[in-house]
Write a protein that binds this ligand. Structure first.
Ligand code: F0G
Length: 455
C-alpha cells in the first residue's frame, strides 16, 4: 500500500520558540521599520518566509560536521572533504570557496565583465544583476515568454529563449552566458536538460562559456526527473552531473540547496581565469582553501550536498511547497503556476489590480501579511527591479510576493496557518492601498528603502 500523505522524512531534534505578537504590536513594528520588512527584528516575526537562504534546519550529521571542522589556515581536511563533495556533483577543474554566492559573483564578474559587455541569463537574481551592473556591464533576462506569464502551466518556465539568446550572441559582446537553476526571480521555475543542451550548442557556436547559477540545482534536478520525458528512472545525482556537463563553470550559494547557514563557491575549468579569480579571493575573501569560511562550515556544506540529492527529502520538499500553493489556489489567491521548488509566489498584480505597479502592489501585500498574521514575505517586483541604472523607474515584468520556504524548518501546521492568513488578507484585497518610497539608496533599494503608506 502506498499512502497519500508525504510526511516530513525527519524527526525534530531541537526546537526554537516562536514569539506570538498582536496586530497592534506588529503595526508599531512596521512604523519603526519604515514599512520595510528587511528592517524588522526577526523576533517580531511569527513565520519567516523572507528567504530560503541560510535559514534551513541542519541535520544531526551536519551538526556533527561542526565538531569535525578543522580550522587549519591552509590545506585542512575539511577543505578536501568540501572540494570532493562539490566535485562529486560538479566535476569542474577548479573549486574556489567563498563566503556566499554573491562573493563568487563579484570575483567572477570583476574579471570578465565591464563596460560594453552584455551578460544574458534566463533571469538574473538581484545580487547577480547588481554585481554585473556595478562593473558597467549590461545584464539581460531572456527567459521564455511562458516564464513571464504567471498562469502558464509550462513545465520548464525557467528555460532560456534560444532565439533571443542567439540574437544577443550575434549582436553583443558576451563574455559568458548564465543559466539560473531553478530560476528564482522568475518563480523558482526549473530549466530542462533539453534547454540546457540548446544553450550549450549556441554557446559553442559563438565560442562563449556557459555558467550555471546553481543555488537550487537539486530542486531543478528533481523537476527534471518528474517532468522531463525519459528522466523518471534516473538518480538525482546523475541528472545533476548531466546539468553540470553542459556548463564550463558555476557560481553557487551553499545557503540554499546544500542547507548550510553560510557559504558558497565559484567553480570553473579555465585555468588562467581560475588563477585570476583565486588571486581576487586571497585579496578580498581569504586563502584558497577556506575562502572566508570556517573549516566547520566547509564540513557542513559537504554533508549538506549529500543530503540535498536524497530523493525522499526532495519529494517532501517539493510536495510541501506545492501543499501551500494548492491551499492558496483553493482559497482563490492567484499564485504562479506550476509551483516552483523553494517558494510559493503570489501574483500581487492580479490580486490587487487597483494598485498601480509604481505604488508597489507586491510590497503592499507583503506588509499586510505581516500586519495581519506576523508572516514575513518578500516582494519580487517593482520595488526590487523597478529602478533602472539610468535612474528612471518602470514597472517590473511581474509584481510577485514570494513566500520562500526554509528547508526542513516549518511543519504542515505552520503552512496551514500561513494559508489561513493569506486567504484572510486576500478577502480584503480591495481595502489595501499602495505605498510610496520616502528614501532609497542608489542600488539594491529593496533592502534598505523606507516607505510610507498612501492614505
Ligand atoms: N543567485 C540566486 C539565484 C539567488 O537566489 C541568490 C540568493 C544568489 C545568487 C546570491 O547568493 O545570498 O549566498 O549571496 N538568493 C537569496 C534569496 C538571498 O532570498 O533568494 P547569496
Amino acid at each position: 500500500m502506498t499512502f497519500r500523505t508525504i510526511m516530513e522524512p525527519f524527526r525534530i531534534h531541537s526546537v526554537e520558540p516562536i514569539r506570538m505578537s498582536t496586530r497592534e504590536e506588529r503595526s508599531a513594528c512596521l512604523e519603526a521599520a519604515g514599512f520595510n520588512l528587511f528592517r524588522l527584528r526577526s523576533e517580531d516575526v511569527a513565520i519567516d518566509l523572507l528567504t530560503d537562504s541560510g535559514t534551513g534546519a541542519m541535520s544531526r550529521d551536519q551538526w556533527a560536521g561542526i565538531q569535525r571542522g578543522d580550522e587549519s589556515y591552509a590545506g585542512s581536511p575539511s577543505w578536501f572533504r568540501f572540494e570532493a563533495a562539490v566535485k562529486h556533483l560538479f566535476p569542474y577543474e577548479h573549486v574556489i570557496p567563498t563566503h556566499q554566492g554573491r562573493a563568487a559573483e563579484r570575483i567572477l564578474f570583476s574579471q570578465i565583465a565591464g563596460p560594453g559587455k552584455t551578460i544574458p541569463n534566463n533571469t538574473h537574481f538581484d545580487t547577480t544583476r547588481a554585481n554585473i551592473e556595478f562593473t558597467g556591464a549590461t545584464a539581460v533576462d531572456l527567459v521564455i515568454a511562458e516564464g513571464r506569464d504567471p498562469a502558464s502551466e509550462h513545465p520548464f518556465k525557467g528555460n532560456m529563449d534560444l532565439a533571443a539568446l542567439e540574437l544577443v550572441l550575434e549582436t553583443a559582446d558576451v563574455p559568458v552566458v548564465f543559466m539560473t537553476v531553478t530560476n528564482n526571480a522568475g518563480g523558482g521555475q526549473p530549466v530542462s536538460l533539453e534547454n540546457l543542451a540548446g544553450v550549450r550548442a549556441l554557446c559553442d557556436r559563438f565560442g562563449v562559456p556557459l555558467f550555471l547559477d546553481a543555488c537550487r540545482f537539486a530542486e531543478n534536478a528533481y523537476f527534471i526527473k518528474t517532468r522531463e520525458p525519459g528522466q523518471a528512472g534516473r538518480e538525482i545525482e546523475h541528472i545533476v552531473r548531466e546539468m553540470a556537463s553542459y556548463a564550463d563553470g558555476m557560481t553557487m550559494s551553499a545557503k540554499k540547496d546544500p542547507m548550510a547557514n553560510i557559504g558558497g563557491w565559484l567553480a570553473l575549468n579555465d585555468d588562467e581565469l581560475a588563477e585570476r579569480c583565486r588571486t581576487m579571493l586571497i585579496l578580498t575573501g581569504g586563502f584558497t582553501t577556506y575562502g572566508g569560511l570556517a573549516g566547520r562550515d566547509l564540513e557542513v556544506i559537504a554533508q549538506g550536498l549529500e543530503e540535498a540529492v536524497q530523493e525522499d527529502y526532495l519529494r517532501y520538499r517539493v510536495r510541501s511547497t506545492a501543499y501551500l500553493a494548492d491551499a492558496l489556489a483553493a482559497a482563490g489567491v492567484p499564485v504562479v503556476r506550476p509551483t516552483g521548488g523553494h517558494a510559493v509566489f503570489i501574483d500581487a498584480r492580479a490580486l490587487l489590480p487597483h494598485i498601480d505597479p509604481l505604488e508597489y502592489p507586491g510590497h503592499a501585500l507583503a506588509v499586510a501579511l505581516y500586519r495581519e498574521g506576523g508572516i514575513r514575505a518578500c516582494e519580487i517586483g517593482t520595488v526590487m527591479f523597478g529602478r533602472r541604472p539610468d535612474g528612471s523607474e518602470e514597472a517590473a515584468p511581474m509584481d510577485l510576493v514570494r513566500l520562500a520556504i526554509p528547508r526542513r524548518t516549518y511543519t504542515q501546521a505552520h503552512f496551514d496557518y500561513v494559508a489561513e492568513v493569506v486567504a484572510y488578507v486576500a478577502a480584503q484585497a480591495e481595502e489595501l492601498r499602495g505605498l510610496e518610497i520616502t528614501h532609497e539608496p542608489r542600488q539594491l533599494r529593496h533592502f534598505t528603502a523606507a516607505f510610507s503608506p498612501i492614505r
